[in-house]
Design a protein around this ligand. Structure first.
Ligand code: MG7
Ligand code: MG
Length: 311
């Protein structure tokens, strides 16, 4: 095919109404030309070069449900397990009150924040030691949140599975809850991996978290060290990153410099004050968008182009 013919095919396969999503009022891009260029590169490159790296809490799950009911985070699901004594919940809440403001403090230097996050995750792990908690109890709580995934998540995960595109769910939350929600929502396909904090057991009782610790500021290649996922991250050079926290934008840090990354940020809380920072951090910022429609539009274009290629 000539360059011109290829260009025509791309223009014919990317549905304009899908791309139109990008021009909605709640979709902000600092550099739309760059986004267009990467979209087209991803479509031309095809599924074999693509991978998705996504946060879990409030990225795969909704930030806001239309009926107003809250969505529990993966740690929230743990804390809702009734086998854990009130004492644990109280102390866990105290830790949250102490460390959460530090986590989101825009002025504190990063090295201080990291120290505090290590303390927080360590103390939570220590608090859990010696209690009895079965996965079935986490599953029972998680089952109430299997309908909390963003609209069109099933379509997105189905498409990614069909195209054999690996998905890394990278969560500083609790992996046991993450996997439970994904399984019960029927999206835990073989192409989906979860890197997160998993409960450690000793003689049938809780013994903190398995290592390595994933906290809010080491969700990047450093935590992937020695992990089997590392090679994948290095072989697929078209990367879609999705997150709702500024730190999530670093999840693909450490991939080869030649990689092309598109970062999609979901913004909900304090949208006005945070917009500028989000726009400087993510290529596409979606304000109060409780769907997967934007990543889905990109993948549908990839799939259509692939169909044309295979004719
Ligand atoms: N987060 C981190 N830790 C805890 C905890 O022990 N309890 C609760 N309720 N929340 C926690 O999804 C990751 C997010 O979970 C929060 C150790 C942090 O705010 C972190 O960003
Ligand atoms: Mg999140």
């Amino acid at each position: 095919l000539s360059k011109e013919q290829e260009r025509n095919i791309v223009e014919n396969v990317i549905r304009l109404e899908d791309i139109a999503l990008l021009w909605n009022d709640n979709c902000k891009m600092k550099n739309p030309e760059r986004v267009k260029q990467i979209f087209n590169e991803f479509v031309m490159g095809g599924p074999d070069r693509l991978q998705v790296v996504s946060d879990f809490d409030y990225t795969i799950t909704k930030q806001r449900k239309s009926d107003g009911s809250p969505v529990l985070s993966s740690f929230g699901i743990l804390n809702a397990c009734e086998s854990l004594p009130t004492k644990f919940i109280e102390e866990s809440n105290n830790l949250h009150n102490k460390y959460r403001p530090i986590e989101i403090d825009p002025h504190l230097p990063m090295d201080e924040k990291v120290q505090c996050m290590i303390e927080w995750w360590t103390k939570t792990g220590e608090l859990l030691v010696g209690f009895k908690l079965e996965q079935s109890e986490i599953d029972a709580v998680a089952s109430k949140y299997k309908d909390s995934l963003r609209d069109n998540s099933h379509k997105l995960f189905d498409t990614l599975n069909r195209l054999n595109i690996p998905v890394l769910v990278f969560s500083a939350g609790l992996g046991n809850s993450v996997i439970s929600v994904l399984k019960q929502a029927n999206v835990m396909y073989p192409n989906v991996s979860v890197i997160s904090n998993f409960l450690q057991y000793k003689n049938g009782l809780l013994d903190g978290f398995q290592k390595p610790m994933i906290h809010s500021f080491n969700k990047n290649e450093t935590a992937l060290d020695r992990h089997k996922y590392y090679d994948l991250v290095h072989n697929r050079d078209h990367i879609i990153v999705m997150g709702d926290s500024l730190g999530d934008a670093d999840m693909a840090n450490g991939v080869p410099a030649s990689s092309h990354i598109i970062k999609i940020g979901f913004l909900y809380d304090h949208a006005e004050e945070s917009l500028e920072k989000y726009m400087n951090t993510f290529d596409i910022v979606l304000i109060d968008d409780q769907t997967m429609n934007v990543p889905l539009a990109l993948l549908e274009a990839v799939e259509k182009k692939e169909a044309v290629r295979n004719i």
